[in-house]
Design a protein around this ligand. Structure first.
Ligand code: NDP
Length: 434
């Protein structure tokens, strides 16, 4: 804590991992001797830079940009860029640390990193977003590359932002490389990348349910968020026979007891991605739904919960409400959405709980597939990518079961942490003290 002051999210993420790894590390003296954990929690490199840009009124604005290059033990740094007013060094370090283990879990050769800025895209014009992205990458470009560091999107960074960033990057380096993922389908993007995190989380939840002879069919599902991950989670859950009854944003949530049908989801996608509106507008279009200002959706009775908005959006009390209401499965589309108190409730009650680093790894896995396609200069079909995504999610699930089985209960937190850790630790020991 003294070494990393004012970084509560980073402490929280490391604490959770250390808690499950401690017995394993104590049994393996080489891990202690080589100070693997101490090295893994210190970024290999952390870049912080000024991002000046000019708004539509002609005023100069200054934001702070970052890239945390956490670990390159098993491949080039890989992880998203987040544009959100709350972004700071500690949040990006937590995300980068989680990313190292998550990327290892995918079984693809990717190290871990994360970056972004405290730039708030809300209410900004396309021109302002473009000028910001161009300024951001004018510094970032010298630190990334197809074999060095391959950033992608995250909160506030979708297809539009990756487009602006990639366009300026290409101009600066005078080369068409696969340095960024999440590109458009016509210019190097992988089929299914936009869908991958939401679909992958749903596939992972389906695997967990299968261990208890269950499925999404006829289940009531609460989803939080209404961005990229949430939207495609709604789509896949609905395809698998579940009924999604909630969505949210940072202002509140909507409850639609009749379910968010494909037609309603299409409206949400237009509302959030094109108009860039708020989720409260849903109830103007569909009056059968209710909007709850300033609230989160966890009080709504459901069988399955998929938190897909942001970190620490589900606390211990809310977890207890979910369990009391009969919730049997929680799979995290977002990164660290459940507080430590919430995780304890899920584990104590032995419900199926899939932590983000396992459940939402489908996004970065498909980014890894985009990197492969770019290197080969070819594009797989949507069906081919979906097949690979499903098989990766199944393998991650199997790895969690292998390392997380405790009697007849699977502790997916322990399983994901140990399984992700082993590969990185072995690579670090083989590569010496670097
Ligand atoms: P988007 O920007 O597309 O959507 C984010 C959603 O979360 C929005 O609905 C947003 O509401 C809401 N949100 C953001 N901050 C808060 C907050 N402080 N309180 C409540 N709601 C909030 O991002 P993504 O869907 O891409 O990302 C969502 C989560 O999934 C993040 O945790 C991200 O790290 C994780 N993730 C994303 C991956 C991807 O491929 N995109 C891969 C793996 C994990 P509002 O519009 O009000 O801000």
């Amino acid at each position: 804590v003294a070494r990393n002051p004012n970084e509560p999210e980073f402490h929280q993420a490391v604490h959770e991992v250390v808690e499950s790894l401690a017995p394993f590390i104590l049994e393996n003296p080489a891990l202690m001797k080589n100070k693997i954990l101490e090295r893994m929690t210190e970024p290999e490199r952390l870049i912080s830079f000024r991002v000046p840009w000019v708004d539509d009124k002609g005023e100069v604005q200054i934001n702070r940009g970052y890239r945390v290059q956490m670990s390159s033990a098993i491949g080039p740094y890989k992880g998203g860029l987040r544009f959100h007013a709350s972004v700071n060094q500690g949040i990006l370090k937590f995300l980068a640390f989680e990313q190292v283990l998550k990327n290892s879990l995918t079984s693809l050769p990717m190290g871990g990193g994360k970056g972004g800025s405290d730039f708030n895209p809300k209410g900004k014009s396309d021109q302002e977003v473009m000028r910001f992205c161009q300024s951001f990458v004018t510094e970032l470009y010298r630190h990334v590359g197809p074999d060095t560091d391959v950033p992608a999107g995250d909160i506030g960074v979708g297809g539009r932002e990756i487009g602006f960033i990639y366009g300026q990057y290409k101009r600066l380096v005078n080369a068409y490389t696969g340095t960024f993922t999440g590109k458009g389908p016509e210019w190097g993007g992988s089929p299914l990348r936009p869908e991958a995190t939401g679909y992958g989380t749903t596939y992972f939840a389906a695997e967990m349910l299968k261990t208890r002879g269950d499925s999404f069919k006829g289940k009531t599902v609460c989803i939080s968020g209404s961005g990229n991950v949430a939207q495609y989670a709604v789509e896949k859950v609905t395809q698998m026979g579940g009924i999604v009854v909630t969505l949210s944003d940072s202002s509140g949530f909507i409850h639609d007891p009749k379910g968010i049908t494909p037609e309603k989801l299409e409206y949400v996608m237009i509302l959030k991605n094109a108009i860039r509106g708020r989720i409260r507008e849903y109830v103007e279009k569909y009056p059968e739904a209710t909007y709850y200002e300033g609230k989160r959706p966890w009080s709504i009775k459901c069988d399955i919960a998929l938190p897909c908005a942001t970190q620490n959006e589900l606390n211990g009390e809310e977890a207890q409400t979910l369990v009391n209401n009969g919730c049997i499965c929680v799979a995290e589309g977002a990164n660290m959405p459940s507080t430590p108190e919430a995780i304890k409730v899920f584990l104590d009650n032995k419900i199926l709980y899939g932590p983000g680093k396992a459940a939402n790894a489908g996004g970065v896995a498909t980014s890894g597939l985009e990197m492969s396609q770019n290197s080969m200069r070819m594009t797989w079909t949507r069906e081919e990518v979906d097949q690979k995504l499903q098989s990766i999610m199944k393998n991650i699930h199997a790895a969690c079961v292998k390392y997380g089985q405790e009697g007849d209960f699977v502790n997916y937190v322990k399983g994901a942490n140990i399984s992700g850790f082993i590969k990185v630790a072995n690579a670090m020991m083989a590569q010496g003290i670097v």
